[in-house]
Design a protein around this ligand. Structure first.
Ligand SMILES: NC(=O)c1ccc[n+]([C@@H]2O[C@H](COP(=O)([O-])OP(=O)(O)OC[C@H]3O[C@@H](n4cnc5c(N)ncnc54)[C@H](O)[C@@H]3O)[C@@H](O)[C@H]2O)c1
Length: 249
């Protein structure tokens, strides 16, 4: 990590927090690879920021392996990897069924595990790197109506700390950013037809000490820091970007 420009891969980069991360990393001079299951959105954003785009569904082993081979062949080894793709819908735990549970686990937990497994060897060969996993405050402190999601994000935090220990010797740092409620298309979709979720999210928003909902750019700022030279001695950490709604003890 001793040059200023890196190949930076972002999952779920087509919209929301991922798109803001892609724009911010491109602004830092990195060559950004926008990956997403939504290939058209990824390609449009890549054009806008002068980066590359590759279709990649993090829930599919084949898709991740094909994308990683294509990236290695056509672009090079990413030394910054941001696991941002994620999904949820809010509902009481007893209303969740196995299909929903498996989908949440596949996108939010197995996906990042698969992506780390695919891109860590390239980082090791390059002599270092940064993995930044977008978890959630739900994974630190729990969140009503998000039992499965909270479990996946808590798992992602523990997984990240373990990778941080295992790959420190390779000069690879692994950290988590935990957004609070952030204004993205996902939040709009969750609240559109779900009154209970809408009320819950509005209540959280009213209680944010800094007095507003987070914006995708707020999260991107933390990612830029963790990807920067300034953070080269920071690993295994979990940074909440939530306007103060949760504060680490
Ligand atoms: N918005 C919030 O309030 C909030 C709060 C805490 C954590 N987060 C986390 O931030 C991250 C981004 O969330 P967002 O609100 O921007 O969501 P979003 O739905 O607006 O954007 C997510 C992107 O991920 C992509 N994606 C979904 N499934 C995918 C898959 N299988 N493979 C590849 N890409 C896939 C989508 O196409 C989309 O472009 C997620 O990990 C989410 O859990 C969001």
């Amino acid at each position: 990590m001793n040059t200023s420009s890196h190949i930076a891969l972002v999952t779920g980069g087509a919209r929301g927090i991922g798109a803001a991360i892609c724009r911010a990393l491109a602004d830092c001079g990195h060559r950004v690879v926008v990956t997403d299951i939504a290939a058209q959105g990824a390609s449009a954003l890549a054009k806008e920021i002068g980066g590359e785009s590759v279709a990649m569904d993090v829930t599919s082993a084949n898709s991740v392996s094909q994308a990683s081979e294509q990236i290695a062949r056509e672009i090079g080894a990413p030394t910054i990897v941001v696991n941002n793709a994620g999904w949820d819908n809010l509902m009481p735990f007893l209303e969740t069924d196995e299909e929903f549970q498996n989908k949440v686990i596949a996108i939010n937990y197995t996906g990042p595990v698969r992506v780390c497994r695919a891109f860590l060897p390239g980082m090791i060969a390059a002599g270092g790197g940064r993995i930044i996993n977008i978890a959630s405050d739900a994974g630190r402190i729990g969140s009503a109506l998000e039992a499965i999601y909270s479990g996946t994000k808590g798992g992602l935090i523990a997984f990240s700390k373990t990778l941080a220990r295992e790959f420190a010797r390779n000069q690879i740092t692994v950290n988590c950013v935990c957004p609070g409620i952030t204004n993205t298309p996902l939040i709009k979709e969750i609240t559109a037809n779900n009154e209970l979720a809408g009320r819950g999210i509005a209540a959280i928003e009213r209680n944010v000490p800094l007095g507003r909902m987070g914006q995708p750019e707020d999260i991107a700022g933390a990612v830029v820091y963790l990807a920067s030279e300034a953070a080269s001695y920071v690993t295994g950490q979990t940074l909440s970007v939530s306007g103060g709604i949760s504060m680490a003890g």
